[in-house]
Design a protein around this ligand. Structure first.
Ligand SMILES: Cc1cc2nc3c(=O)[nH]c(=O)nc-3n(C[C@H](O)[C@H](O)[C@H](O)COP(=O)(O)OP(=O)(O)OC[C@H]3O[C@@H](n4cnc5c(N)ncnc54)[C@H](O)[C@@H]3O)c2cc1C
Length: 355
């Protein structure tokens, strides 16, 4: 079976690992000149780690990353919620904080050992398909035919666009920001910190530890470092950036012999840290669907799951950035109940960390 995976982000790399561990060597190409050193996702959820156990990369991710064992939510300068996840979960079931580029490097190294070589600087520029095969043209003008192509080429997917698959949705006007910082001293190590600020929980900040004395900030403000409502001992700002959020989903994940997975199929806000994890999950399912000849089921099932994730992340984003005082009171009430009822604590943590 001739398989092409377009895009070596976390989705494409997982799909390649899933084939390779079954002894099927796919081709995998990426338009980038070399592996990325930039990182967007930092939180790997327990389900993704379990998934990656089969290809042998989970242990390395756990070893390099930081187990997120505590969740603290601040409302302005007051702590509203402080949960110890180790009361309810084993250390092996914790989410892990690790920059996306490190996750990708661990995956690429494992692929190398399985005999899969990622071809960088190789962009797909055109694709067509029928019920039997897909024909792909690369940036070096070479054209090849494949039994199956997985389009895991991200939000601006060429595969999706060249096949005329609509990516319906919208872009939010607000500018969010991101920063990677090195600290002189640890700040709540192993803790996922969140801040809700403003008169009516207008701005949000999250801070995820991604290494010893290293943290990632994400904020709904345009400068997460300047406006963070906490004092940090910053010794080095490794990266700052700004981004806009799009909420979109492809009209179909299947056309002829091409399947979409990951951000090429769906995108939403980083609230809840679901994007990369959903892509990893898609990748596992797309490989199974190809091997079990159940690609139509993949399309139906994964579109539903994608739509549900978009709905949930949008509901959460709208709630925590709402300026409506009633919503603000409701959020504080929920956090109060969570803090004081152990059963609700467990349910809340499950909801936060399960796909
Ligand atoms: C600020 C921010 C924070 C985030 N935090 C989290 C988080 O904590 N947890 C989480 O789960 N998610 C998070 N996400 C989302 C996450 O980063 C994405 O969902 C994830 O990267 C999607 O992976 P992917 O492999 O589908 O696509 P990408 O990572 O976008 O990879 C696509 C790859 O395809 C390649 N490519 C593109 N076009 C072509 C072409 N024509 N030919 C060949 N190759 C091509 C690109 O070079 C790229 O390497 C965050 C996103 C942002 C913006």
């Amino acid at each position: 079976m001739k398989i092409l995976i377009v895009g070596a982000g976390p989705t494409g790399l997982t799909a390649a690992l899933e084939f390779a561990r079954r002894g099927i060597i796919p081709e995998i190409v990426d338009a980038k000149k070399s592996p990325s050193e930039l990182s967007r996702a930092v939180g790997i959820l327990p389900k993704s780690i379990d998934t990656l156990r089969a290809s042998g990369v989970a242990d390395k991710i756990i070893e390099e990353g930081v187990g997120l064992e505590r969740l603290v939510i601040h409302y302005n300068h007051k702590v509203l919620l402080d949960l110890d996840a180790l009361k309810f979960f084993e250390p092996r079931d914790l989410p892990i904080g690790l920059p996306q580029d490190r996750t990708e490097t661990i995956m690429s190294d494992a692929l190398g050992k399985m005999g899969v070589k990622i071809k960088y600087d190789c962009k797909v520029i055109d694709i067509s398909t029928n019920q039997k095969e897909a024909s792909v043209t690369f940036s070096n003008n070479e054209s090849k035919k494949y039994d199956w192509v997985i389009g895991s080429d991200g939000v601006n997917s060429t595969v999706r666009d060249k096949l005329g698959i609509k990516y319906a949705g919208y872009e939010l006007p607000e500018i969010w920001s991101i920063a990677d910082l090195e600290l002189g001293s640890e700040y709540n190590s192993g803790t996922f910190n969140g801040w809700l600020t403003g008169g009516a929980e207008k701005d949000i900040f999250v801070m995820v530890p991604i290494g010893p004395k290293r943290v990632r900030l994400v904020s709904s403000t345009s400068d997460s470092v300047k406006s963070l409502p906490a004092k940090l001992d910053i010794v080095n700002t490794k990266r700052v950036g700004a981004f806009k959020i799009s909420i979109r989903q492809a009209k179909t994940y299947l056309k002829g012999r091409v399947l979409l997975a990951g951000d090429s199929a769906h995108t939403h806000s980083p609230v809840g840290g679901r994007g990369m994890n959903l892509g990893i999950d898609d990748a596992v399912e797309v490989v199974k669907a190809i091997l079990d000849e159940k690609t139509h089921e993949y399309n139906t099932k994964r579109r539903k799951i994608g739509a549900k994730t978009i709905r949930n992340t949008e509901r959460a984003r709208k709630a925590i950035t709402s300026t409506n005082p009633i919503v603000a009171i409701f959020i504080r009430l929920i956090l109060f109940l969570v803090q004081h009822i152990p059963y609700v604590q467990k349910m809340f943590l499950m909801k936060m960390t399960r796909l």
